[in-house]
Design a protein around this ligand. Structure first.
Ligand code: SAH
Length: 359
């Protein structure tokens, strides 16, 4: 793998490092040689390093909505996916669109959630700090070159489990926050919930206070364990204790814990499931419950056993949660036709290999 920039800069003065990172996020600069403020010998050292550690291998554009999925090739030819989702700027007439990017933290994922296509391909490796940061830089450049608009939201909900690539995610987030105008509250880290890493996060003052989202998917131990192999016995009780620590560390009103809940027909979408969700959520302090219609993964992976919960049922849950005083939203899924929606990220190449193995 290519040498990371931080290794090359290790012996340089802080302000030099700062100059390079500033240039990284400057859309008018596209090579290390063009950072004219740097001394010649340093530019020489950086000369052979590619400006971006990710290259477009394939680009898919949705015909239904303003979503694009980039299949990005890394220096060791591994592939990873990153998604761009545009929304019309409604507040400013004639204003440029606003974009959310969804980035990956690992090549593949080892968590094996039963409803997710990424998990089916298994885990390959962690992404480096540069590969994480460069998904942001890639889309930033893409938008700037086409005068399309700006990134105003970033979710770490692509391939991988971010808390299992903790240090690299942390460093990448600190770089993005320091050198771009995106703010902490415009970034969401989503995790399937790994207690030892959640403890580390709650105690880590250097981890930027970005929004935290937990992939809950069931408030009943048995059900959650059945669909999420990473579930540890007693996790729901642990979550109640953890949420207290989390809120103590982030007392601001804006800090809520996001709970993600995929509505799987007949699995976790019945009256007792809703009751359990309300009981658990009421013990977690400020929460926002995001109901997610299940994105079918049978087009990108293996035939699956899951069905969508009926639309009326999702609406019923949504209204019930709101009436019970919870903050709740239903996630509008973008990019389903190009397999860019949640849980559908799975590199086409690996997918073909998986299918070959079965046939
Ligand atoms: N490993 C992290 C981040 C990746 S998953 C996590 O578990 O949170 C990002 C989100 O997509 C999670 O909430 C996940 O549960 C959801 N997701 C996975 N498969 C899905 C599917 N088939 N339909 C809808 N959402 C899905």
């Amino acid at each position: 793998m290519a040498i990371e920039l931080s290794k090359i800069l290790e012996t340089e003065k802080k302000f030099r490092q700062d100059q390079v990172y500033r240039a990284w996020f400057d859309v008018n600069v596209d090579s290390y040689e063009k950072i004219t403020t740097l001394p010649k010998d340093l530019r020489e050292k950086l000369k052979d390093k590619p400006w971006l550690s990710v290259r477009v291998h394939a680009m898919h554009e949705s015909k239904r909505d303003n979503t694009k999925k980039a299949l990005l090739k890394l220096s060791d030819d591994k592939l990873v996916e990153a998604v761009l989702m545009g929304r019309k700027n409604l507040t400013q007439a004639g204003g440029r669109d606003r974009y959310t990017i969804c980035i990956s933290s690992q090549v593949g994922c080892g968590m094996k959630c039963a409803f997710c296509a990424t998990g089916k391909a298994g885990f390959t490796r962690n992404l480096t700090v540069e590969e994480i940061t460069d998904q942001f830089r890639f889309w930033q450049k893409f938008l700037a070159e086409r005068s399309l608009g700006e990134i105003d939201n970033m979710v770490i909900m692509g391939q991988g489990e971010p808390l299992l690539n903790y240090e690299n995610i942390k460093t990448a987030l600190n770089l993005i926050l320091k050198y771009t105008s995106i703010g902490q509250r415009q970034i969401t880290l989503s995790t399937c919930g790994i207690p030892v890493m959640m403890d580390k996060l709650a105690a880590d003052k250097d981890f930027p206070p970005v929004r935290f989202a937990l992939s809950l998917h069931s408030a009943i131990e048995q059900t959650r364990a059945a669909i999420m192999p990473s579930h540890q016995p007693g996790f729901l009780d642990y979550l109640v204790g953890w949420s207290k620590k989390y809120h103590q560390m982030h007392p601001s009103r804006a800090h809520f814990i996001g709970l993600e809940y995929i509505m799987l027909g007949g699995v976790n979408d019945g009256p007792k499931d809703l009751k359990a969700l309300m009981t658990l959520a009421s013990k977690l302090g400020k929460v926002k419950i995001n109901l997610i219609p299940y994105n079918n993964i049978s087009t990108v992976a293996l035939p699956t056993d899951f069905n969508e919960s009926p639309k009326e049922n999702i609406e019923h849950w949504h209204t019930s949660l709101i009436n019970a005083g919870f903050v709740s939203t239903v996630r509008y899924s973008q990019g389903q036709d190009i397999a860019a929606a949640c849980g559908q990220l799975r590199n086409a190449v690996e997918m073909k290999e998986a299918l070959l193995k079965i046939n």
